[in-house]
Design a protein around this ligand. Sequence first.
Ligand SMILES: Nc1nc2c([nH]c(=O)n2[C@@H]2O[C@H](COP(=O)(O)OP(=O)(O)OP(=O)(O)O)[C@@H](O)[C@H]2O)c(=O)[nH]1
Length: 135
Amino acid sequence: MLVVAAALLDGSSRVLMHRRPFAKHHGGLWEFPGGKVDPGEVPQDALSRELAEELGIRVEPHRFAPAGFATGAAVPGDDEPLVILLYTCRHWHGEPLALEGEEVRWCLGADCSGLDLAPLDRELLPNLKPFGIDL
Ligand SMILES: Nc1nc2c([nH]c(=O)n2[C@@H]2O[C@H](COP(=O)(O)OP(=O)(O)OP(=O)(O)O)[C@@H](O)[C@H]2O)c(=O)[nH]1
């Protein structure tokens, strides 16, 4: 399964974290916002769609810059291993709101580390160092 995620970066070395809905897999854990890529969908288009659904913001797909990937075991109910592609983004339209999840929070790197993160999001966090997010 292919998943895309965005590290939205503000001008103050902060990144936007999203708390998953309590009722879902990894409920209540924090993650980089994003979601599953539909079959045949370009990853950046999928990320733009997911951010609109999840946060109510609009991002032009060319605004996403690759920031690495992580791999994990298959999600329950799916028989394929999981691959998460992380992108950074500094330009979007609108104010991010938790439309589907429990909460969104702007965090300095050290504050991200202190959150109860989903496992692959924790693994991806150091990938943001070159983008000014110090842990
Ligand atoms: N971000 C993240 N997702 C993970 C990790 N491990 C893992 O199994 N996943 C799974 O990857 C999927 C991410 O897609 P999603 O956010 O669109 O999932 P969702 O539960 O909202 O599913 P839905 O869109 O079908 O309602 C979820 O099934 C999530 O549980 C992880 O470490 N980080």
